[in-house]
Design a protein around this ligand. Structure first.
Ligand SMILES: Cc1cc2nc3c(=O)[nH]c(=O)nc-3n(C[C@H](O)[C@H](O)[C@H](O)COP(=O)(O)O)c2cc1C
Length: 168
């Protein structure tokens, strides 16, 4: 069973993380795209995106094709918006049946804590046990060796399906 990296990214940082993680794990990627794009510039960007995150909107997504049965693990990657998870991930989690899967969370921000983002994901998914997490600050813009190391460590903590001693 494989890993799927599900992400939303507005300006490329979460996408950068999703690409790194999926290449380290040979995982598939699914980009979530809201039907109505969030504004990308000026005060409207923070007003509409932040407002949507705060009121826990579940925006309609562009259609995507994925056979979730194939995947034993889902890694969610999101920017922090107004301290919490981005709305497209909310929609995905609400619409899909993710019972029995392993999860991991990765977030990027301008420096704001990812803790509320991770706890929102935990509660949306109904997970109670430990979940591996990764947080990076503007990783696409500020590339540095520590980030590569953090990604490697995060990937090392993720679930792997094994046959004998071999990852499959
Ligand atoms: C609507 C909105 C709200 C944001 N809220 C926060 C925040 O609460 N804390 C923070 O540190 N960064 C915040 N940011 C910055 C993003 O989390 C950060 O730039 C992130 O790396 C963007 O990821 P992306 O390039 O994949 O879109 C916000 C950005 C937007 C657009």
């Amino acid at each position: 069973m494989k890993t799927l990296v599900v992400y939303y990214s507005q300006s490329g940082n979460a996408q950068w993380m999703a690409e790194r993680i999926s290449s380290a794990l040979s995982a598939d990627m699914l980009r979530l795209v809201p039907k109505k794009a969030y504004p990308e510039k000026g005060i409207r960007k923070y007003f509409f995106g932040g407002g949507s995150a705060v009121i826990k909107e579940t925006p309609e997504l562009e259609p995507y094709k994925v056979d979730l049965e194939q995947y034993g693990q889902i890694v969610f990657v999101t920017p922090v918006w107004a301290g919490t998870v981005t709305p497209p991930l909310r929609t995905f989690i609400q619409e899909e049946n993710l019972d029995g899967k392993h999860f991991a969370f990765a977030a990027c921000s301008l420096g704001g804590s990812p803790e509320k983002t991770f706890s929102a994901l935990r509660s949306l998914l109904g997970v109670t046990g430990d979940v591996p997490t990764l947080w990076l600050v503007e990783p696409k813009r500020k590339q540095k060796p520590e980030n590569e190391k953090a990604i490697e460590e995060f990937c090392g903590k993720l679930w792997r399906k094994k046959i004998g001693n071999k990852d499959v």
